[in-house]
Design a protein around this ligand. Structure first.
Ligand code: ADP
Ligand code: ADP
Length: 235
């Protein structure tokens, strides 16, 4: 079966008349990057927040390895799902090392293990631990901050990563470099990833498969980048 399975998932926010997500069915096989691409407001972020249970679906079911997320224990979900968002994801009054240690701390790891893991993760995302561990988020460039965001999401070695426009607010040259580095990392780590963007070029570069979404997250096409380029939906 798939690592992540959404079965006719719907979400209507309280007080809203229209669903943000309607009847969304998706599968992500283990080790693949599925990109959700679609216009602003079509429900991409909502879909990620449903998968990590920040919000509850109004209808349908979400299964991880066949297990309904509503039955999973919240600590276990936090450990197995890394979440990266655009900018503002870092706690401003904590150092980079403290930011990266968020999930390991919640899980009660001991100090030595946390320190080793923090150093390892900074290195993984291309930041020198000596230089960066004790800095604060405001002392980082946009690209460095997003590297830290990725390191924090990898904290407890999750098998699933949810990435919401992780490189969206970065200048094009740095973005290109971060995309390439992330793909190299993914070739080693084989995480199962749902990656959200509104940029079709980024979708084609990052996705093993791409789901093109319309309003209320209705699927217009799901396919590999090669096939999407060869057979675009036209209207
Ligand atoms: P996207 O990520 O594709 O830009 P979102 O998932 O953020 O889309 O939003 C989908 C729809 O749900 C939009 O109409 C948005 O205004 C609405 N929405 C998002 N978050 C909330 C919320 N917390 N409460 C009410 N409506 C929301
Ligand atoms: P410790 O508290 O472990 O002695 P420091 O605070 O001396 O660590 O800083 C360790 C590293 O973090 C140094 O290499 C330094 O460059 C960097 N650093 C610390 N504070 C800042 C800062 N305000 N701006 C830039 N870099 C900083």
């Amino acid at each position: 079966g798939s690592k992540i399975h959404l079965d006719r998932v719907g979400k209507t926010y309280p007080g809203s008349k229209v669903p943000a997500v309607e009847e969304l069915t998706l599968d992500v096989p283990e080790g693949e990057i599925l990109v959700l691409v679609g216009p602003s407001g079509c429900g991409k972020s909502t879909t990620l927040r449903l998968i990590n249970r920040m919000i509850e679906p109004s209808t349908g079911r979400i299964l991880l390895d066949g297990e309904d997320v509503t039955r999973a224990n919240p600590d276990k979900l936090r450990r197995r799902i890394g979440y990266v968002i655009q900018q503002i994801g870092l706690f401003p009054h904590q150092t980079i090392a403290q930011n990266i240690a968020t999930v390991p701390k919640m899980l009660g790891w001991d100090k030595t293990r946390i320190q080793e893991r923090t150093t390892e993760l900074l290195t993984t995302v291309g930041l020198d631990p000596e230089q960066f561990a004790h800095r604060y988020p405001r002392e980082l460039s946009g690209g460095q901050a997003q590297r830290v965001g990725v390191a924090r999401a990898l904290g407890a070695d999750p098998d699933i990563m949810l990435m919401d426009e992780p490189f969206g607010a970065i200048d094009p040259i740095t973005r290109d470099r971060l995309q390439n580095e992330f793909l190299r990392l993914q070739a080693e780590l084989h995480k199962t990833i749902v990656f959200v963007t509104h940029d079709i070029d980024e979708a084609i570069k990052m996705g093993d498969r791409i789901a093109i979404l319309g309003e209320r997250s209705m699927i217009r096409q799901v396919d590999t980048p090669e096939r999407i380029l060869a057979y675009p939906v036209d209207d």
